[in-house]
Design a protein around this ligand. Structure first.
Ligand code: 6PG
Length: 247
C-alpha cells in the first residue's frame, strides 16, 4: 500500500472538473492497458458533481463506456428510483447520458429487490456479485474507487462508532443505525476498499477540513473511517482549498 497524496484545487467547481478529467483519463488508460475498466461510484454532492462534469466533458468520448464495470461503495436501502439512492443520482448525472452496458452497472439492491427487506441478504448478494467478477479472490481490482467523505470522516457507509468499520472478513455489510439518514444501508468494507488499485477521496468545503486532517494523519479507524482508505497502488486526497485548510 502507498502513502497519501494531496492535490488541492481552488474551489468545489474546479475540483469536480479536475477529478472528472482525471477519471476519464484513468478509465481510458485502463482500457488501453487491460481492455476493461472498473470504477466504484460514490454519492454525495461532490461525488455526483464529478459524474455530471464527466458527462459534460467533450473528452468523455475517449472512454468506451459500454466496457466499463460500475460498482457502488455504498447505497441507501431504498427502492429503485428513490431520489435518495446513490444510484439514482449517478444515473441522472452520468449513466443515463453515456452508452453504458446495463449488465455492467452493478447496483446494490433495495427492499424492492429479490431479497425484500432482508438487508443482510442483499449485502451478501452484492458480495457474491463482486466474487463472481473478481475471478480470483473476493473483489475485483477496481481501477478507481471514488470516495466522498462526511464531516464526521465517514466513507461509504462506514461511520465512526459503528461496527462496520472494523469488519475484516466480509467485503460487503448491512449497516443499521446510520447517524445520517436513512438508517439502513449497504456498504463495502475496509478490505474491499483496499483492494482497489487507486482510491480517491474527494472532499470540498471547510466543514470537511478536520476530517481531512484526521484522514491524512492516519487517525484510528473508529474515530475517522477515512483513515482506512488506502489503494494498492495510489491514494489521492482530491480537495478544494477550504477542505485542505487544516493541513
Ligand atoms: O450515503 C450518504 O449519505 C452519502 O453518500 C455520503 O456518504 C456522502 O458521500 C458524504 O457524506 C459526502 O457528501 P457531500 O459531498 O454531500 O458532503
Amino acid at each position: 500500500m502507498t502513502g497519501r497524496t494531496v492535490l488541492v484545487h481552488p474551489d468545489a467547481d474546479a475540483l469536480a472538473h479536475a477529478v472528472a478529467a482525471r477519471l476519464i483519463t484513468r478509465i481510458a488508460d485502463a482500457q488501453a492497458e487491460r481492455g476493461g475498466a472498473s470504477v466504484v461510484l460514490t454519492g454525495g454532492t461532490v461525488g455526483i458533481a464529478v459524474l455530471a462534469a464527466v458527462a459534460a466533458s467533450p473528452a468523455r468520448t475517449a472512454v468506451d463506456w459500454a466496457a466499463v464495470e460500475f460498482w457502488w461503495g455504498d447505497e441507501r436501502f431504498l427502492p429503485e428510483g428513490d431520489p435518495e439512492r446513490n444510484e439514482t443520482g449517478a444515473r441522472s448525472a452520468l449513466l443515463d447520458h453515456v452508452p453504458v452496458d446495463p449488465a455492467r452497472v452493478h447496483v446494490m439492491r433495495g427492499p424492492d429487490g429479490p431479497d425484500g427487506d432482508d438487508v443482510e441478504a442483499a449485502a451478501a448478494r452484492y458480495a457474491g456479485e463482486l466474487r463472481d467478477a473478481a475471478g480470483e479472490g473476493e473483489v475485483p481490482a477496481f481501477d478507481v474507487m471514488l470516495l466522498g467523505m462526511g464531516p464526521d470522516a465517514h466513507i461509504n457507509s462506514l461511520f465512526p462508532g459503528l461496527p462496520a468499520v472494523h469488519e475484516e472478513k466480509l467485503t460487503v455489510v448491512a449497516v443499521h443505525g446510520s447517524p445520517k439518514p436513512p438508517p439502513t444501508r449497504i456498504s463495502l468494507t475496509v478490505p474491499a476498499v483496499r483492494s482497489a488499485r487507486e482510491v480517491w477521496v474527494v472532499a470540498a468545503g471547510e466543514g470537511k477540513a478536520e476530517a481531512v486532517r484526521l484522514g491524512i494523519t492516519g487517525a484510528p479507524a473508529a474515530e475517522a473511517p477515512v483513515a482506512t482508505a488506502l489503494g494498492r497502488e495510489r491514494t489521492l486526497f482530491l480537495l478544494d482549498r477550504p477542505a485542505a485548510s487544516r493541513l
